[in-house]
Design a binder for this molecule. Sequence first.
Ligand SMILES: C[S@@+](CC[C@H](N)C(=O)[O-])C[C@H]1O[C@@H](n2cnc3c(N)ncnc32)[C@H](O)[C@@H]1O
Length: 373
Amino acid sequence: MGTSANTVAGGRGAAVPKDVDYAQYFCTYAFLYHQKEMLSDRVRMDAYFNAIFENKRHFAGKTVLDVGTGSGILAIWSAQAGARKVYAVEATKMSEHARALVKANNLQDVVEVIEGSMEEVTLPEKVDVIVSEWMGYFLLRESMFDSVIHARDRWLKQTGVMYPSHARMWMAPIKTGIGDHKLGDYESTMDDWHNFVDETKTYYGVDMTVLSVRELEEQSEKYINTSLWNNLHPNQVVGTAAIIKEIDCLTATQTDIEKVRSNFSLSITHENTKLCGFGGWFDVHFRGRSEDPTEQEIELTTAPSVDYGTHWGQQVFLLHPPMHLSEGDDLRVSFLMSRSKENHRLMEVELGCEIHQQSGKLLAPFKNKYYIE
Ligand SMILES: C[S@@+](CC[C@H](N)C(=O)[O-])C[C@H]1O[C@@H](n2cnc3c(N)ncnc32)[C@H](O)[C@@H]1O
């Protein structure tokens, strides 16, 4: 998954009511172009395809629940892998396309497409497998894993397996030129604002200067403090990467994922480099459960890659201005990601950092706030 910023953005106002959530979040999933974007992501597709078909034992003769079936692809694969019955739940009208696709592939006796919110539908039985593609940017944006937890606790048998079974969030120091562009965009937007203030005073006799502080805050939030989507080249990663969160999909609770708090160290591995920010990404694994493991463990990673980029890319958290660092310098990072109070599908990140240089010098610590929109 991973929808573009404006499809989920709700502004920082009141909590998002159900109908607004539908309009802002779900509506894009009702469009084929958006499903196609996900269906064209070869890394994502290959991982789920291999996870299901290389582990047919988990599916043959079993009952499966596909949480958020979209076009129906994972439900169809589950049926092709031999499932006895697949419940394919989808909140949007995409369910109609999924139903058509199931029928066109002669699987209507196995796959039952149910239109409705996972939290509200009732199934006739518990299932052996839950399959779902719930991951958003930097894993948890969109908060769809909530619906998977809900489905698991209500509908998965005691012996059931989760596909995927594990997930991890990663972070690493990076160098990038996009910070300069963003700063340039920010400066030209502010120049434009000052011209606007001058002209409004000259031509219309009203002084707007009092609004400048708010405009400055608004634009800096947009250009400087909002994380950016990017497909980083591996050589832009200038230090070690750290795992900041591990999730066992079989046991994770809502509380476990509402806030992600982590303290970790990163070492710069490049000689004479620039620290321009941090890159964040995730991976998921298909391992089954410990008593009933997959025959073939499959990994889906969204790490920086030359050949295997995904539609999730990485999230970039910029540092202004960049810092000159070198091999052996040590970054001690404190990380907190929580949900935006106004829209539980968007995230806010507080990132603090102390830098201990190889020489023994301690640089002034910083703490920045970012929005994942
Ligand atoms: C990332 S897409 C994945 C679609 C499909 N499973 C695939 O892998 O191509 C997630 C889908 O889940 C649906 N969805 C999200 N939350 C849901 C919920 N609580 N109940 C039902 N459907 C949901 C969305 O509408 C969307 O179609």
